[in-house]
Structure formats: structure tokens, C-alpha cells
Ligand binder design. Structure first.
Ligand code: HEC
Length: 184
């Protein structure tokens, strides 16, 4: 009986492994992705037509958390940015991190690994901008964690910086201007 349940567990395991990360299932279909060649015989990017212009909102690539930490926050933490950040935080982050940011969201409660505390009462580490600059928050949202999904597809780079400004100014109560000043 033990052997049978082990065999069943091993059979099911790849299904779960294959579905991970679940938040990207819809994006990872058999389609030609942006900047990909539709012709397998000629891989690589099709050259842009003449007189092409770059448009705002293209992907910002974040290599890893160290590269992210070195990124300067390009969005000033003014009232407009903080308000936009709060709006997005309420939609995307509160289910796990909670309105308070301490990790007491309704979904977060059910996770084996609890969402980490985004406020100054974090027991694991402080939020000293020297070790945890704005780029760290931006990078975590872009890359995701072991349990936390990546938000690189859901939030544009500018939107992610708005969320960073909200976390810094409201949840971590950084003094005015600190959020953008410390990253420069
Ligand atoms: C599905 C639940 C979930 C959602 C939604 C979520 N997180 Fe997380 N978050 C976690 C968990 C769990 C961790 C712990 C680390 C891990 O998973 O690797 C974490 C860790 C973090 C960390 C690292 C904190 C530290 O102390 O170093 C940051 C920053 C963060 N989340 C920001 C956000 C932001 C901003 C959003 C919204 C855009 C968000 N998270 C949405 C679950 C979530």
C-alpha cells in the first residue's frame, strides 16, 4: 500500500511542477512572442521596419535582485505617485501582505510561507535604504520570490515604482522626499 501511494505521488508530482509558476500559464502558450521570429528556420528577431519608433511601456528587464538594487527610482514620490501606488497595492498586494502591509492578508493567512512584513516592524531585517533601497522593492515585485508571484507582467515598470513610493512613504513612513532621494 505504501508503495502504491508513493507511485501515485510520483505520478502526480510532475503535473504540479509543470504548472509552476501558475501565474504565467496564460502567457506561456504556443504563440509567437514579441520580438520572436515566426519562422523556426530563421530564428532571431525580425528587423524592425524602416522609420520604426520605440513606444513607452516596453519591458524593463531586471536580471536579478543585485541588479535591481542598483536601480535608481526614476519616479518622484509625490502625492500623485503615492496615491497611484496605494490604489495598485490595494489590488495586487493586500490579498497576501494585508492593508497594513504586515502580512495579515486573507490569502496570506493560508500560505505555508507567510508573506513578509513590508513595514518598519519587520523582525527579519530593517528597511535601511542602504541595504534595502527602492530598487530592492522594485526587484522583488519584478522577480517574485519562492512563493510570491512576479508582477513584471501585471504592473508596468512605472506602476511598480508607484507601489514602491507608497510602501516607502505610507507603510514605512519614510520622511518626505526620502524615497526618491536615497536611490540617487
Ligand atoms: C500570493 C501572495 C502574495 C502576493 C499577492 C504578494 N506577495 Fe509579496 N511576498 C509573499 C511571500 C510569501 C513573501 C515571502 C518571500 C517569498 O515568497 O519568497 C513575500 C515577500 C515580499 C517582499 C520581500 C520582503 C522582505 O522583507 O525582504 C516584498 C518587497 C514583497 N513581497 C512585495 C510585494 C508587493 C509590492 C506586492 C504587490 C505588488 C506583493 N508582494 C504581492 C507573498 C505575496
Amino acid at each position: 500500500m505504501k508503495k502504491l501511494s508513493l507511485a501515485i505521488a510520483l505520478l502526480i508530482a510532475p503535473t504540479f511542477a509543470h504548472a509552476w509558476p501558475w501565474s504565467q500559464d496564460m502567457a506561456n502558450q504556443v504563440t509567437v512572442k514579441p520580438q520572436e521570429s515566426p519562422d523556426p528556420a530563421n530564428p532571431g528577431m525580425t528587423p524592425f521596419p524602416k522609420r520604426s519608433m520605440p513606444v513607452a511601456g516596453t519591458t524593463v528587464v531586471v536580471r536579478d535582485i543585485d541588479a535591481a538594487k542598483a536601480m535608481a527610482n526614476p519616479v518622484a514620490a509625490d502625492d500623485v505617485s503615492v496615491a497611484k501606488g496605494q490604489h495598485l497595492f490595494n489590488i495586487y498586494c493586500t490579498p497576501c501582505h494585508g492593508k497594513s502591509g504586515t502580512g495579515d492578508g486573507l490569502v496570506g493567512e493560508k500560505l505555508i510561507m507567510k508573506p513578509w512584513n513590508l513595514t518598519n516592524s519587520n523582525e527579519m531585517h530593517d528597511w535601511n535604504p542602504k541595504d534595502y533601497p527602492d530598487g530592492y522593492l522594485f526587484g522583488y515585485m519584478s522577480l517574485g520570490g519562492a512563493v510570491m508571484p512576479s508582477y513584471a507582467n501585471d504592473l508596468s515598470a512605472t506602476e511598480r515604482w508607484h507601489v514602491v513610493n507608497y510602501i516607502r512613504k505610507v507603510l514605512q513612513k519614510a520622511p518626505a522626499g526620502d524615497a526618491s532621494a536615497q536611490a540617487k
